[in-house]
Design a protein. Structure first.
Length: 98
């Protein structure tokens, strides 16, 4: 996630009112949801060969904390999808919380 998007999400969800532990848990859960939606979208939009390579990378690096960095470095289109999915989440959250 870009720093600007993280700041927007922090403002949206009132991070200043959360404890550090609550922030960490929330961000981990949120990041997991956005990563999952991005992975699903990338897999459906990729050709078969790219999808298979992506799936192998997911499996090989699933336990890495920087999985999203590894995937975006290897698959530039995944970075675009990740940013789009993050922004879509933010927009949806704004609608719900407004």
């Amino acid at each position: 996630m870009t720093t600007e998007i993280q700041k927007n999400l922090a403002d949206l969800f009132h991070f200043s009112e959360m404890t550090e532990d609550e922030k960490k848990i929330f961000l981990a859960d949120l990041g997991g949801l956005i990563l999952e939606s991005s992975v699903l979208r990338f897999m459906t939009e990729s050709d078969e060969s790219t999808g298979e390579h992506f799936a192998r990378m997911l499996e090989a690096y699933a336990d890495k904390d920087d999985l999203h960095v590894i995937l975006t470095n290897t698959f530039p289109m995944f970075n675009a999808i990740l940013e789009e999915e993050t922004e879509a989440f933010r927009e949806d959250a704004l609608k719900v919380l407004s």
